[in-house]
Write a protein that binds this ligand. Structure first.
Ligand code: NAD
Ligand code: UD1
Length: 343
């Protein structure tokens, strides 16, 4: 086992914070750069509470190349995991330039500084959204880029291409592009979890807020899809499994650019997820059916074989675990990362 010194961009965020916990628990040393635009410093304190090690946090925008250069100059990084970026699909439709600029400029800034300091290993947060309207199940050899319905998804597709071109130009680079399916759940400690600002866009955080009484009812977008119960089917992955997938990817980097699906390979409908949440937590989830959400696909899930073979990684946790851990986080932090020490 080789312990590494790792920079995690976006490490105060939802998936980043869970990954930092798994990295520290695997013996790695972690430094975080995060501008806290969609996260809280409290998440970094909580990482310290869970692991006994509080990672250093540098709070600035990754597009600030000279500050990033200073962080690289004063640390000798072996590898980078790059989570930082904007991720709200609906907002990206309204503010496309903000999304293209932030997500792409941040990545270019990072690649430039990595090259200057001879850091060759990178794990990148991509998304199953790059498969657009490809036939299911999606495997890494499925076509990408067709039918992506929003600027956020386009930035993931474009950054993947930038990374492949960069990898072609320098055969010493070791890049892993991880295509996440639907991350949900929280750390079993209940100390870190997803803390959406405003009305949640995604299903699980909305369900959790209905369960806690913060929202009255869930609208289920469409019950007339060609699926067994008429609602959409997705491949939900527990965020702790996803975080472990990053550790596996990091420890199995090889020269070249490799793409991996991180998903379970199992589909779950909206109604199944809501039913499981109710039965596992004992909370009622009032819902009604609403119009289909534009851009939604009826069904998608991963073919997860490549990650299993190359990374010796597969999901371990169930939909029950995802619901139970989401509820533990939501019920013990009803307002997310609010600093109660001031009140
Ligand atoms: P998140 O918003 O919780 O985390 C992203 C973090 O990056 C935040 O802490 C934010 O403050 C920070 N950040 C944003 N722009 C920055 C910048 N310019 N400089 C420095 N820091 C910046 O989101 P998440 O759910 O943890 O997602 C992490 C990554 O995974 C993102 O790239 C996202 O696109 C990708 N992803 C997420 C999902 C999902 O469902 N959550 C699915 C597929 C891919
Ligand atoms: C969404 C994004 C996708 C992103 C992914 C991250 C869109 C179109 N796609 O995907 O780019 O990578 O999140 O996890 O936004 N649902 C409801 N009611 C709600 C919320 C959701 O019925 O209040 C349904 C949706 O219609 C969908 C399912 O729940 O069928 C899952 O939705 P969501 O959690 O938003 O994930 P995706 O749509 O898969």
């Amino acid at each position: 086992m080789i312990y590494m010194n790792i920079l995690v961009t976006g490490g105060a965020g939802y998936i980043g914070s869970h990954t930092v916990v798994e990295l520290i628990e695997s013996g790695h040393n972690v430094t975080i750069v995060d501008d806290l635009s969609n996260s809280s410093e409290i998440a970094v304190d909580r990482i310290g509470q869970i692991t006994g090690v509080k990672p250093s946090l540098f709070a600035f925008d990754l597009q600030d190349t000279s500050r990033l250069d200073e962080v690289f100059a004063s640390n000798s990084f072996d590898a980078v995991i790059h989570f930082a970026g904007l991720k709200a699909v609906g907002e990206s439709v309204v503010k496309p330039l903000l999304y293209y600029k932030t997500n792409i400029d941040s990545t270019l800034s990072l690649l430039e500084v990595m090259a200057k300091h001879n850091v060759r290993k990178l794990v990148f947060s991509s998304s199953a959204t790059v498969y657009g309207s490809a036939p299911i199940p999606y495997s890494e050899s499925s076509p990408i880029g067709q039918g992506i319905t929003n600027p956020y998804g386009q930035t993931k597709y474009m950054i993947e291409q930038i990374l492949r071109d960069t990898g072609t130009a320098d055969s010493q680079l070791e890049f892993s592009l991880l295509r996440y399916f639907n991350p949900v759940g929280a750390h079993p400690s209940g100390l870190i979890g997803e803390d959406p600002r405003g009305v949640p866009n995604n299903l699980m955080p909305f369900v959790a807020q209905v369960a806690s009484g913060k929202r009255k009812e869930l609208s289920i977008f469409g019950n007339d899809y060609n699926t067994p119960d008429g609602t959409c089917i997705r491949d939900y992955i527990h965020v702790v499994d996803l975080a472990k997938g990053h550790v596996a990817a990091l420890q199995n980097l090889n020269p070249g650019v490799n793409e991996y699906n991180l998903g379970s390979g199992r589909g779950t409908s909206v109604l199944e997820l809501v039913g499981t949440f109710s039965s596992v937590t004992g909370q009622e989830i009032p819902y009604s059916f609403a119009e289909r959400r534009p851009g939604d696909l009826p069904e998608f899930y991963a073919d997860p074989k490549k990650a299993k073979i190359d990374l010796s990684w597969k999901t371990e946790l169930s939909i029950d675990d995802m619901c139970r851990d989401t509820w533990r986080w939501q019920s013990s932090n009803p307002n997310g990362y609010v600093d109660n020490s001031m009140s």
